[in-house]
Design a protein around this ligand. Structure first.
Ligand code: SF4
Length: 88
């Protein structure tokens, strides 16, 4: 009976450690993929000046002070890209 308890305990430890070993790289991969989900300025046709009355400062994707949820890199509030969307 004592041996059986030890076996169950070892099995539990091995399962738990293997789950943790998998979970840590997966969470790291998820954050890496999330970070890479942004498109480049070139892909977004980003420019440092507004397009008409459209600018990053009045775009729904703008993240003050100088970031964007869609486009990677330093984003000017006065910039613009093809992903511009009106704030709701
Ligand atoms: S989606 Fe384009 S326009 Fe909107 S904040 Fe990002 S870079 Fe600026």
């Amino acid at each position: 009976m004592e041996i059986e308890r030890t076996m169950v305990s070892r099995r539990w430890v091995i399962k738990t450690l293997s789950c943790l070993a998998c979970a840590i790289p997966i969470s790291g991969l998820a954050s890496t993929l999330h970070a890479q989900a942004k498109v480049s300025k070139e892909q977004a046709a980003y420019q440092d000046k507004p397009k008409g009355d459209q600018s990053c400062s009045n775009c729904a994707h703008f993240v003050p002070p100088r970031a964007c949820a869609v486009v990677a890199g330093d984003i000017s509030p006065d910039g613009w890209s093809k992903y511009w969307a009106a704030k709701k």
